[in-house]
Each structure stands twice: as C-alpha cells, then as structure tokens.
Design a protein. Sequence first.
Length: 414
Amino acid sequence: MYLPEELMLQVLLRLPPKSLSRFRSVCKAWQAMIDSPPFMNQYLMLTHAYDVSGNESLHLICQECIFGPTNMTFLFSDKQIINLNCLPDISDLYEDTERWFHPSICGPINGIYCISITPSQTSRCVNMFWNPGNGQVHVLPPIPDPVITDHLADLYNEMERDPLAMLYGGFEFDPLSEDYKFFSIEQYGYPFLSPLHHFVCFHLYSLASNSWQQLDPVQLAHPDLINIYDDGRATFVPELMTPILALPFNRSCHWVDDRVVGRDESGMIVITYLLSFDIVNRVFRVSTIPKTALGESFLSLTTVDGCLAAVSLEDVLNSIDKVAAVIHVGVMKEYGIEESWIKAYRVVLNAPGTFLGIVDDQLFVQETDGWMVLYALGSHQEDYNECCYVPFQHFTILPFKGSLIPICPSTHAQ
C-alpha cells in the first residue's frame, strides 16, 4: 500500500520514540526521513508539546547519594517505581567502587539529561549526556589539564596537577550552532590553606566536536565573580553555590549564591544572588533574588509556568501554635528583569518532609516515613496526595520527556 510522503510524515511525527526507532529499519527512505534535520526539528516541537511516551504522569527519579555500583535512576508512574538499568555501571566508570558516589542531574533539554557523578575522596567527576527515550548515553571525555602561564607552572606542579574539584557545571543547548554544550568551573589548589595557592579554570565542552575548550578568564571577568591577579591566576568569589549542576533555562546555566554581607541585631545579613552563564554569548550575569520572593532559606531553582523560579522554606506557627513548614515558590515573571520577581505560590506541608522538585503544577515532597507525596500548586486549599513509598532518601524528581534526539558526537558535527 502506497502512502503519500506528507501523510507518512504526519504518522511518523506522532509515534513514541521506541516505535520510531523500529520504523527506521523498515527501509532506507524512512530512515533518511527520520534522520533528517527538518524531521528532527518538527519532532522536537511535538516533544515539547506532548509527552511522546504516551504517559502524562511519567517522572524521572535520580538518587543523590549511592554506595558502590547501585542503580541511580528510576521511572515513577502510576504510584510505581521502575528501575532504569540503562546507564553505565559505576564499575565501568571507576576502578574503586567501594565508596560513596554523588550523582547530580539536570534537564531535560529536548529529552536529553546531563548527569555528573562525583566520587568521595577523589577530585575527578564523570559527566555524561543521557537520552532515556532512545537509551543513548554519551560519557564526556575527561576535563583536560589546564593550559597555564609560566607564572603558575611551579604552583601547578605542587598541586600534583589535579583539581580539588569540579566546582560547578552547566548543560545547555546552543541554538545558533545546534550543539549541546557543557560548561565547567574547576578549582586547583586548596584555598582554605592559602588564598595565594589556588586558582580556577573554565572549560566549555562541545558535543559536535566531542572536545573541550579552555576559556580565557579575562574575557569572562565579572567584578562580582572573578578576580584576576598579576600572576595570571583567576579565582572564583562565590564559595558555595547551589546546585553543583546548574539549572538550564533560556540558553543559560543558573546557580544561586547565598552570601553573608554583614550582621545586624537579628543576626546575619544574607543576600541571595542569581548567577547565570550565557552558553551562546559566553558571559556571566549577576542579579539578586529579592527577599519578597523568598522564605527564610533557599532550597532549589526550578521552572514554574514557563518561568525561572526559586523554591524556599520557612517555619511558621499554625492555628494551634505548632510549627509548620511552608514552601514558597518565587517566580521571575519576565526573564532577566530583577524587579519582576514575585512570591507566586505558598504550600503548607501536611507533615515534615524533604523537597524533591516541581513537575508541571505538582510539588513533590518525601515525608520522614519515606512516603512521597505531592501538592497541587495554584489552589487556595492545597491538594495533598500520597504517591508511593520510596525505599531510599536524597533524590531528585524531574519530568520525563521521550525524545529521539541522538547524542552521538558525529550526529551533531557541523
């Protein structure tokens, strides 16, 4: 039976990723159509509009702390948790597996997630791109040793040429080059021992070339973030930002830096800074999140209603004079406009718990007894529903998006 090409195109665009993968094997013409950039762009637009997995309640769970070669990612659907055994095993990434590992995840961007795994008692983390929709995993090559000036050669040799840690990382899609990129800030030396014996380096990874580029700190210099010294050293001012993996949004990587700027009669004065790195223009930007949009303590960055959002916690007295935890969700209504921050949602928790994430209009919390519950945003009387019991703690919940976007470097080469 003959089907017109336009009709076949519309049929293929509405298939879930696994079915579309099978259709690539039918004939060379279909494979060429599915692999073509115009088809991928159209399919990507549908992926944004619909969950092509066919299940609107599908979520991704990633543990934040594991010991040894333990599964770290799961699917959550219909009050069930399903193991995802499609990532490389820890034993494939590290020789010594008898230690704690700390995965961090961000995304999705076009159905692709970024995972960084940091082992305890060592400095080198492993970064990878992962598309659970088609099962592809790409482990990034190690961050290269820095190119340094002669002034830093002796200092660098004293450090045994190993960074103390990858301080922060960020994953985003560059629409101009149609390339997925990873931004890394690494610290060399030990700033706690001597402020003169450490420096930072900045690297940018390109999936298209499968290579790293060291960025010039002078060109990145921002007076509130980066100090440049006469000997060529660059140091990073923020000491503890969150999260380690940035929130990707609007072509930029976003972190929060809570900085103590003084004291008054009530205690420490803390300013919450929003830091971003524009992956396209390669520039840092800094603004503040006003206290009117936050509770007492910052928890996480996320997106809500298509806007950048900050989640914070506050303890209040309820009607019977008992302390209740309240989660506030502040939203930047106009991206990049500091004055547009508002406190959009307020959720009073039914019981003490740990914030896990916000997916669509649902706020997820794990209570102290292990049960994961969700609250609906936007209602005057918070809707409270038990989801399921989770047999581990310290994890992140994200939306699951099915996608056929390949993450092989050769596919994105220009």
